[in-house]
Design a protein. Structure first.
Length: 228
């Protein structure tokens, strides 16, 4: 089995997902878009993961590779490859499916609850009632046509959606480790202007270990759902 991930900046890798992939026997490849934006043949992939980054889906002028990336994501979705988009990755999925991506009313940075959206059926992924999740974003998206709304938060209405049977987009992060949280603070600390949903760096770092355990458990469940 082969998993491939799209990485937009050096300091936002796949975090805890790497351990899950190794445990489940995947060969892992990736596209470092900031170095060499080459993409694999979709027919060779069993799982696609699209990571976050500080740029916007609208920044094609600054990042010319983004146009090709969007085309690749569109092919992957049309091919039915199990796909997980995280933060910018989720926004890219929404964008290529024709939904609007735009500035959220507030920034969400730090640990804040994500709540599930009551299900109309059991034909899609079911989130826990409440998860303390890690956030780092200033933009959001509308639901694409045909997508199922899965989760919300007080600071951001659309935290997650599912499109089809094998694509899930998360505005929040499930892969975060203490090291990756520290890297975001160091690299993107200028985004931490005071706000109703922006924690201080020291409060992000000192959270209980159980916060990480909860998002990693959710990550395990999500990946199993997509790939089984």
């Amino acid at each position: 089995m082969r998993a491939h991930y799209l990485q937009h900046v050096p300091f936002e890798g796949i975090g805890r997902i790497d351990e899950w992939l190794a445990t489940h026997g995947y060969t892992v490849t990736h596209t470092a878009l900031y170095e060499k934006p080459l993409f694999p043949d979709c027919a060779e992939l069993d799982l696609l993961i699209i990571m976050g980054g500080p740029m916007s889906v609208h920044d094609e002028g600054q990042y010319p590779w983004m146009k090709a990336e969007k085309a690749f994501i569109r092919r992957a979705l049309q091919s039915g490859i199990p796909t997980l988009g995280i933060c910018l990755g989720a926004q890219l999925i929404a964008h290529v499916l024709g939904a609007r991506v735009y500035k959220n009313a507030v920034r969400e940075i730090g640990w804040y609850p994500v709540l599930n959206v009551p299900a109309e059926s059991d034909m899609h992924f079911m989130f826990p009632r409440k998860t303390m999740a890690f956030h780092w974003h200033g933009e959001t998206f509308d639901l694409p046509k045909g997508a199922i709304w899965l989760a919300r938060s007080e600071g951001c209405k659309y935290q997650a959606f599912q499109w089809g049977e094998r694509a899930i987009a998360l505005q929040f992060h499930v892969e975060t480790t203490p090291a990756s949280a520290q890297a975001l603070i160091e690299q993107c600390g200028d985004e931490m202007a005071p706000g109703p949903f922006v924690q201080r760096a020291k409060d992000i770092i000192k959270v209980p270990k159980g916060h990480y355990a909860a998002i990693h458990e959710l990550m395990d469940t999500l990946l199993l759902y997509l790939t089984e």
